[in-house]
Design a protein around this ligand. Structure first.
Ligand code: ASP
Length: 404
């Protein structure tokens, strides 16, 4: 990924695209900005095109290379525990900042109508939905959890099949390599895609729209930065025994791609490529990262905490400690159920707010600026997946490589 073209490394090209996009989005008329929009859409489509074959092939190979089921169970438990703990920490940071910064104070909005409670899916339902009735349908619909379940079974069966399974393994091994190459090719297009995506966002949101929400935007951004600097740096230093600089340098292309695409799922190929370059073995990354792109959403969780308090304060509804603990619980579960696509967190916010007895109109208020919040939370979401991947990799004996 650190490949150079004409002497300029890819991350520089992407950064130039990013800054040029901001300038262009500010200066050019919305109509002119609209002309370059297809570049952004094509970039997103290309990334999405990679996901299913990449996840399937690398996970099958990853599981097959584990050798035994015990290792799979061990990695699974470590991953899920770390994902839950980091998510709970993220909401706690969000709630703390919401209490300290009081982003909704002084907005004095009156309630228009009573809210209707929305039902969260039951745990049983969530578990049942993880098992595909049709493996191909799961792939066609890019249902990540179902693809993960199928690939896990397939990888295990492949190992059990012994000699007869070898050709299938060779096929997926080769396919995974090809998919990594394809990711590298698509990333060459990233500077242009990033340029168009960020230009579109900048052109759409002027200061007049953002200013009344400056505090809530500030709280979400500050919270995400604190979470990355404190929690991820801490995890990487303490458990992966690498410096935070090493980690953030290694993951930068993915963090930036997530920021502009606002999609964890779409960024997954880039996250996998970055972790690959950092020396995270495939047996870990092929499982931890697709799972993380689907269920681990620290940024989304943090945003739910800040926004719930923002809405409560804007409508003058007091939220006591037990109500806030309730938010912590619903937001953790909610972030697990959030799809890694743009704007999914906003839908989940309706669930968190209704469960906390807050007005749904508050969510409509957030909707106007959600894309701005989506950028940073998605970036944090995938950075969190990578941090956990490095920790799990180290505990499974990985040696890391130096990254540029
Ligand atoms: N866009 C986020 C993601 O893909 C989800 C969200 O809307 O919070 O990770």
């Amino acid at each position: 990924m650190a490949e150079k073209k004409g002497g300029v490394s890819l991350i520089w090209q992407i950064s130039i695209g990013f800054i040029a996009g901001i300038v262009f989005g500010r200066m050019a008329s919305p109509q002119v900005v609209g002309y370059v929009a297809p570049l952004g859409s094509i970039f997103m489509a290309l990334l999405n095109m990679l996901i299913v074959p990449l996840v399937l092939s690398s996970l099958v190979v990853g599981v097959a290379s584990l050798g035994d089921l015990k290792a799979l169970g061990r990695i699974g438990v470590k991953t899920v525990v770390l994902y839950l703990l980091t998510t709970a920490a993220a909401i706690a940071i969000g709630l703390a900042l919401g209490n300290i910064m009081q982003p909704g104070a002084g907005m004095d909005l009156a309630l228009a109508k009573a809210t209707e409670a929305k039902a969260a899916p039951s745990l049983g339902q969530v578990l049942t939905n993880m098992f595909p009735k049709n493996a191909f349908a799961a792939m066609v619909n890019a249902n990540m959890l179902q693809i993960i379940v199928f690939a896990l079974f397939f990888g295990v069966a492949l190992t059990m099949a012994g000699e007869k399974g070898k050709p299938a393994l060779a096929f997926f091994d080769s396919m995974a390599e090809v998919m990594y190459k394809m990711t590298a090719i698509v990333m060459k297009f990233a500077p242009y895609g990033v340029f168009a995506l960020i230009a579109g966002t900048v052109s759409k949101y002027g200061m007049a729209v953002l200013l009344p929400f400056a505090k809530v935007i500030g709280a979400v951004y500050i919270g995400c930065i604190i979470h990355a600097v404190v929690i991820y740096s801490g995890l990487v230093t303490a458990f992966a025994r690498k410096s935070p600089m090493w980690f953030f340098r290694g993951i930068k292309e993915a963090s930036l791609t997530a920021f502009v695409t606002r999609s964890s799922a779409g960024t997954l190929p880039v996250t996998m490529e970055c972790c690959h370059n950092m020396g995270v073995p495939e047996k870990v990354s092929s499982f931890v990262l697709p799972l993380g792109a689907t269920i681990n959403m620290d940024g989304t969780a943090l945003y739910q905490g800040v926004c719930a308090l923002f809405i409560a304060q804007a409508y003058g509804i007091p939220l006591n400690l037990s109500a806030q603990l309730g938010i912590l619980l619903t937001a953790t579960l909610g972030s697990i159920g959030t799809a890694g696509v743009p704007g999914a967190g906003l839908i989940m916010l309706t669930l968190v707010t209704t469960q906390a007895g807050l007005p749904i109109e508050g969510v409509a208020m957030i909707a106007g600026i959600d894309a701005i919040l989506d950028m940073i939370r998605t970036s944090l979401n995938i950075t969190g997946d990578a941090a956990v991947a490095t920790v799990v990799a180290r505990t499974e004996g990985a040696d890391f490589t130096e990254v540029e």
